[in-house]
Design a protein around this ligand. Structure first.
Ligand SMILES: NC(=O)c1ccc[n+]([C@@H]2O[C@H](COP(=O)([O-])OP(=O)(O)OC[C@H]3O[C@@H](n4cnc5c(N)ncnc54)[C@H](O)[C@@H]3O)[C@@H](O)[C@H]2O)c1
Length: 327
């Protein structure tokens, strides 16, 4: 079948596009390249350059390519920016999704997979976050993802789509250096950025109720995440009965910021003594996924560890920042 991947030139989307193509699926991508890179796409995957907000372009892309499944990743993802620009976040993430769903329904698409986020949970007080942990997002970004899930499930029920909402935890690493994350908003690239500019990495808060006092998170290798998409796509394609899935995608294992900093020092070989600063508002002490439901529903489990994430992210960083290695 043919899958349309919105935001397929992005960090995660390009991994999903490659994995789907390697699994023998036909793939087309729509991306406005606002934060994506066309060169991430492999030969054989056509890029339609434009916005998902453009209904005419969406219709033409879906019908022109005979698309029968959509993976919707296009959107904006910076929490701080979403606080400053809530209107544009709601427009791109919620209205954009509405346009994609309307076009998908009109084109007779039957399978729909949506990129949600652990941000829907807000600051949960749970040892392991399950899919039934209450959702209480604390910023506009998380709100747009939760509203997106509601839209996807409601449209699925009303229009007979099989849908899946995947709540990604902290995505890291790269399957190949040229596919690496180019932003410096996540903790691993943030550490690399400070180290290669001669600044000490910062740790926000070391007095949390965690074993070493720093925040604990669940990091998932982007190649594992892409494999999870394949498993979900297969499930949606196999099931004739419309239905919806909402699944965490994490490793079910926590890593503290301090442990991550030690790993970054070990992988890069760069001397590092992180500076401890004040806690940031809105940071949960611990956010670790339960990965039981996805294992039960799909037989899927992450296989790659955190060192592999840091090593592959570092290879990607060094490709874009020649001279970073051996500083
Ligand atoms: N990276 C993470 O840790 C993480 C965690 C949870 C959820 N997510 C979600 O996963 C999705 C992909 O994230 P990513 O890390 O690959 O980000 P990214 O910025 O690398 O990718 C987003 C892609 O969407 C494209 N895009 C944005 N607005 C568009 C529009 N209106 N029309 C067409 N294309 C548009 C961008 O050009 C980019 O290629 C996002 O929805 C994000 O919220 C990411």
């Amino acid at each position: 079948m043919t899958w349309l991947i919105t935001g397929g030139a992005g960090y995660i989307g390009a991994h999903v596009a490659r994995a789907m193509q390697a699994a023998g699926e036909r793939v087309v991508v729509i991306d406005d390249l606002s934060s994506g890179l066309a060169e991430r796409l492999p030969d054989g995957v056509e890029l339609v350059r434009g916005s998902v907000l453009d209904r005419g372009l969406m219709d033409a892309t879906l019908t022109g390519h005979g698309v029968s499944g959509v993976v919707h990743l296009a959107g904006r993802k910076q929490v701080g920016e979403s606080v400053e620009q809530p209107l544009s976040y709601y427009r791109d993430n919620v209205h954009g999704l509405t346009v994609v769903l309307e076009a998908a329904v009109a084109a007779g698409v039957r399978r729909f997979l949506f990129s949600s986020s652990a941000a829907v949970y807000g600051v949960p007080d749970a040892e392991l976050i399950t899919e039934s942990t209450p959702c209480a997002p604390i910023n506009p970004y998380g709100e747009t993802k939760l509203a997106g899930e509601w839209l996807v499930r409601a449209a699925g029920r009303a229009h007979g789509l099989s849908t899946a909402c995947l709540r990604y935890f902290n995505v890291a690493g790269a399957a190949a250096p040229e596919l690496a994350d180019i932003g410096v908003y996540n903790v691993i690239p943030m550490f690399f950025d400070r180290l290669t500019h001669g600044d000490e990495p910062r740790i926000f808060g070391a007095d949390y109720p965690t074993p070493d006092g720093t925040c604990v998170r669940d990091y998932i290798h982007v190649a594992d995440l892409a494999d999870a998409h394949l498993a979900v796509a297969a499930k949606l394609a196999a099931d004739d009965v419309p239905g919806d899935l909402t699944l965490n995608v994490g490793r079910g294992a926590g890593v503290s910021v301090r442990e991550l900093a030690d790993l970054v020092a070990s992988v890069t070989g760069l001397p590092m003594s992180p500076v401890v600063e004040e806690r940031r508002p809105g940071d949960a002490a611990k956010a670790v996924a339960s990965d039981e439901l996805i294992a039960r529903e799909l037989g899927w489990k992450a296989t790659r560890g955190v060192r592999e994430m840091v090593e592959s992210a570092w290879d990607g960083w060094c490709l874009r920042h020649p001279g970073a290695r051996g500083k």
